[in-house]
Structure formats: structure tokens, C-alpha cells
Design a protein around this ligand. Structure first.
Ligand SMILES: Cc1ncc(C[n+]2csc(CCOP(=O)(O)OP(=O)(O)O)c2C)c(N)n1
Ligand SMILES: [Mg+2]
Length: 535
């Protein structure tokens, strides 16, 4: 911690000092007049990462915070900047990413006159998708509000918080704020743990379902030990935004779909279900009947009391996943029945090199050429299930997608993940696997990638349409030959979009060139966009 001089500091000095003391040296932002006073004499030892639209700013900060496992600081322009950012604020909330989002506000001295750029109900605007929103009652309270914002964001369940700061606050006098230590995890209740351990000991066939919370809490190692101890079959929770279990492990059985009847069918052979770091369950479409197979017991361990409250069935331990698993593994397991491993799942067939290429072919080739340290950031909806077959993830820091379903996160998040990994000195490239439609929600992320010179390959899966919606249509009663309106995209030239923003790019439709193109892109130290034309 820096030593504090005795004079009364300005709000700006106390704010910046506290940011540094909290370990924050990067600000993701897009500035306006209401933010200019904040960063006058911007410190040389801090970095401002510019995003050309506010949703890009928040997406980058989300990827960065997840990769560095800390809180990221965001600065937005008053009302409209927050509005632009709202989609990715929603996603950060669902991702449980700790973000301190500051936004400018008009000067307090002119607020009575409804001034230009005034955010009338500034703290209501980002609700309900922030854990806390505050416009401090007076200028001197701004630094202490930053401290509260930080501890709120980092406390489980983590998430974004919001501070609205009037433009004339920065010169006012205040006091230094000294960081405190505040624990960030939640521990499990021992009586619940022994009940869970007892139930697992009685079970014949256990299904372990892992979600993003396992990765967020760095608890994959414990999840593997637990699965091996009980010879449990492991599934990824529906729509999991991170990798919660090594997908090449013999006990890994695959991915649960976000639909009630299908989950029940897939879990039919288990009499005990334990869900870690995910709700039981996340649905995308309507369903009916039981949520788990009849007669099965269901437990979930989750750090969010809100999820614990709405869960329709079973028992819940509200706890951070790592602490709960450490405690569970420390209880000596005794089994009523001897355990044997569940049958391993079949490998998918090798896809042929057709022209145009299939997504399966592209991803199977990518799997052969990618490095062990490479990271996948995915936002390519109709490719997701193909990716799950052909691109198995290794561990907790190898895969990121958004938990919200909101497009426009993947492009900027890839930039943030790459920047975060660079800060930590981690090797490997970031591979952003992005649909053609998805890319267009936040295409300005390419500009930030070029400015930062990060090793990212943007692999645009160009099928010239919103395929996921076309595939989904029959679920909503469309006839097989009826195409939903507004789902064809054509004429988008991703190479020119990339080059116009300073990113090298190529378009590829020849399957024979795929492997060498991917290898060249992966060995580049700079961002590279590869537009792959797929069927
Ligand atoms: C912000 C937002 N708008 C609209 C949607 C609806 N939506 C879901 S999937 C999809 C298509 C995405 O297209 P693309 O990235 O090309 O992937 P593909 O479906 O072709 O694999 C759309 C528009 C959404 N999820 N988020
Ligand atoms: Mg598409």
C-alpha cells in the first residue's frame, strides 16, 4: 500500500490512489465531456483502454476481469453511454463478473436546470443488472463509494456495480481512503455437508453436473477428485459459460440441453444428482413435468442465495464452490455399494473436407492445430454443439462464453481475455470463434485489438445467416420450409471490415488451405481475422 501524505487530497487524487491500492491499473472507457475532469493528468503508470462503443468497453472489461480474476474498472459517458453498455452489463451480471462501472454525470451546480447530458435517474438506469448503484450524496463521498463498490463487486456472488459521479466532484476536497481486507467467499454449513455426503454414500449412480461457478472459483481439481472418488458421470450444466470439468476425462459424458424433458431423459439412469456452480437448471424453452428423474435426489452447491431460492426441487448448499468441495472431500466417504466407472462416451466421426466446409470440419482441424495454452472465446450460436463435440476444453481458463444469451459480448471479451492473459504473463493465443451475425454487434472491438496489438485470431464462421434462429423456428411452430423473417445476412465483407480497423485478415473457402491458414494466424503475434465460409 502507498503511504498517504497528510494534506487533504482532491477527490481525483484519493480516487486514483485507492484504485492503485486495490490493484487496479487499467480503465476501460469511452469518454465524454462529463468524464473529462476525471482523467485530467491521467497517471503515467495507468492504462486507458479505449473502446469505440460502450458495449465494447464493458465486454472487454468483462473478459479482462475473468482472465485476471479481479475487478475491472469501467468508465462510461452519462445516460446514453450507459444505455449503449446495458446489453453487456446484463451479460456481466449473468457471468458474475466483478466490474466497477463508473459513469459521468452533469455537474451538481447545474442539476436543478435539467442540463444537457443529465442522467435524470442515473442509479435506476442500470438496475436490476448491477448489485449496487450509487451517486454519492456529496463530492467528498466519492472515494469511499469506490471502496464500497469494489468490496460489493468482489463479494460472492460477484457482479457489476455502478457509480454515477458528477463532473464537478473531482476537484473537491476529501479524505484518503485506506483499503481494508474483506473476505470474498462464502463457506458451507457443516450439517448440510454431512447430509450431502451421507446421500452420496447411499447412491448407486451419481451424476455430477458442473457449471461456470466451478471455473470461477478455480475448483476443477476438486471436482475431478470428487468425480473420481464416487466414479460419478460428469455433465456440463445447460448453457455453461465456462469449462467446469476436463472434457477429455473418461468420466465426462457431455452437455445437458436447456430443456426440462431432455434433461430428465438424459439423467434417467442416475439416482443421485449433484450440481456444482450452476442452477439446477437453466431452461431456454418451455417444458413440463418433473425437473429431475422420479425418485432421484438432487443437491446443488451454488454461491448465489437468489438461485438457491428459486430452484424448484432438491436441496441447496449456498457456498463458494471451492470451499464446499474442500470440505466435502475432507469428509471420509463410505459407500454402500462398490463403484465402477460409467461407460465412456463415443468419439464423434471425423468430418470430411467438403466444399463449402462444414463447421464440424473447421473445428476438427482447429482442434489439431491449436496449442495447449490457447483459449477459446465463443459466440457462434449454431456452432456451439459442434464445438462441444470437436473442440474439447481442458480446464477452467480455456473456455469463455456469455451466460446471458445476449450477442455482442464475444468480440470484445476476446480482447479483454487476451489483455488479461498478457498482464499475467500467460502464453498462448486467444481464438475468438464468432458467428457472422454475432460479429456485427460489436465489430469495433477489432479496433481495440489492433491498438493493443494482442495475439487474437478472430475466426468468423460465416454462414451468411442467423442459422440458430432458422434452426429454432420449428420449435415455435414454423413449417419445415418456412424461413423466419430477418434471418438472412449477405454481402458482409469481414476482410474489409478488419483491414479498415487495422487488423490483417483473409477469407477462406478452400478446405485444403484451412490447416496452414490457421497455423499462420495462430503463430502471429498480432490480431488476425480469418473469415471462413461455411455451409
Ligand atoms: C443482442 C441479441 N440480439 C438478438 C439475439 C437473437 N439471436 C440468437 S442467435 C442469433 C443468430 C446469431 O447469428 P450468427 O452469429 O451468425 O450465428 P449462427 O446462428 O449463424 O450460428 C440471434 C440474432 C440475441 N441472442 N442477442
Ligand atoms: Mg451466422
Amino acid at each position: 500500500m502507498t503511504s498517504q501524505p497528510s494534506r487533504s487530497p482532491s477527490v481525483r487524487d484519493a480516487f486514483i490512489r485507492l484504485m492503485k491500492d486495490l490493484g487496479i491499473d487499467t480503465v476501460f472507457g469511452n469518454p465524454g465531456s462529463t468524464e473529462l475532469p476525471m482523467f485530467r493528468q491521467f497517471p503515467a503508470d495507468m492504462r486507458y483502454v479505449l473502446g469505440l462503443q460502450e458495449s465494447v468497453v464493458v465486454g472487454m472489461a468483462d473478459g479482462y476481469a475473468q482472465a485476471t480474476k479481479g475487478a475491472a474498472l469501467v468508465n462510461l459517458h452519462s445516460a446514453v453511454g450507459v444505455g449503449h453498455a446495458m446489453g453487456n452489463i446484463f451479460t456481466a451480471y449473468k457471468n458474475q463478473t466483478p466490474l466497477i462501472i463508473t459513469a459521468g454525470q452533469q455537474a451538481r451546480s447545474i442539476l436543478p436546470f435539467d442540463p444537457y447530458l443529465f442522467s435524470a435517474q442515473s442509479t435506476d438506469l442500470p438496475k436490476p443488472y448491477v448489485k449496487w448503484a450509487c451517486e454519492p450524496a456529496c463530492a467528498a463521498d466519492v472515494p469511499i463509494a469506490l471502496a464500497r463498490a469494489y468490496y460489493m463487486a468482489m463479494q460472492a456472488p460477484r457482479g457489476p456495480v455502478f457509480l454515477s459521479i458528477p463532473a464537478d466532484d473531482w476537484e473537491a476536497e476529501t479524505d484518503w481512503v485506506v483499503p481494508r481486507s474483506v473476505s470474498q467467499s462464502i463457506g458451507p454449513e457443516p450439517t448440510f455437508l454431512s447430509r450431502l455426503s451421507h446421500d452420496l454414500g447411499k447412491a448407486n449412480n451419481i451424476a455430477l453436473i458442473t457449471g461456470a461457478g466451478v471455473a470461477r472459483d478455480g475448483a476443477i481439481r476438486q471436482a475431478v477428485r470428487l468425480a473420481e472418488q464416487y466414479q460419478a458421470a460428469v455433465y456440463s450444466a445447460p448453457m455453461s459459460a465456462r469449462c467446469g470439468f476436463p472434457e477429455r476425462h473418461a468420466l465426462f459424458m457431455g452437455f445437458l440441453p436447456p430443456m426440462r424433458e431432455k434433461i430428465v431423459a438424459q439423467l434417467q439412469r442416475y439416482d443421485s444428482i449433484l450440481v456444482l456452480g450452476a442452477p439446477a437448471f437453466t431452461y431456454h424453452i418451455e417444458g413440463a413435468g418433473p425437473h429431475i428423474p422420479l425418485g432421484a435426489t438432487c443437491w446443488q452447491i451454488i454461491d448465489d442465495p437468489n438461485i438457491a431460492a428459486w430452484t424448484p426441487t432438491g436441496h441447496t448448499i449456498v457456498s463458494s464452490i471451492d470451499l464446499a468441495l474442500d470440505a466435502l472431500l475432507a469428509i471420509n466417504a463410505s459407500f454402500d455399494q462398490p463403484r465402477s466407472a460409467p461407460p465412456a462416451r463415443a468419439k464423434p466421426p471425423r468430418p470430411p473436407a467438403t466444399s463449402p466446409m462444414s463447421a464440424a470440419f473447421v473445428l476438427s482441424v482447429l482442434d489439431q492445430v491449436r496449442g495447449n495454452n490457447d483459449v477459446i472465446v465463443e459466440e457462434s450460436p449454431s456452432t456451439r454443439s459442434t464445438m462441444q463435440q470437436y473442440l474439447p476444453m481442458e480446464g477452467e481458463d480455456h473456455f469463455y462464453t456469455m451466460a446471458s444469451g445476449g450477442l455482442g459480448w464475444g468480440m470484445p471479451a476476446a480482447v479483454g481475455v487476451a489483455l488479461g492473459r498478457k498482464k499475467l504473463g500467460l502464453a498462448g493465443s486467444v481464438i475468438a470463434l464468432i458467428g457472422d451475425g454475432s460479429a456485427m454487434y460489436a465489430i469495433q472491438a477489432l479496433h481495440s485489438a489492433a491498438e493493443l496489438g494482442l495475439p487474437i485470431i478472430f475466426l468468423i464462421m460465416n454462414n451468411r445467416r442467423y442459422a440458430a434462429l432458422q434452426e429454432f423456428a420449428p420449435v415455435f411452430g414454423y413449417a419445415p420450409d418456412e424461413k423466419p423473417v430477418g434471418t438472412d445476412l449477405s454481402g458482409i465483407d469481414f476482410v474489409r471490415l478488419a483491414e479498415a480497423q487495422g487488423v490483417q485478415a483473409a477469407r477462406l473457402d478452400n478446405p485444403d488451405e484451412l490447416s496452414s491458414s490457421l497455423l499462420a494466424a495462430l503463430s502471429a503475434k498480432e490480431p488476425y481475422l480469418l473469415e471462413v465460409v461455411i455451409a
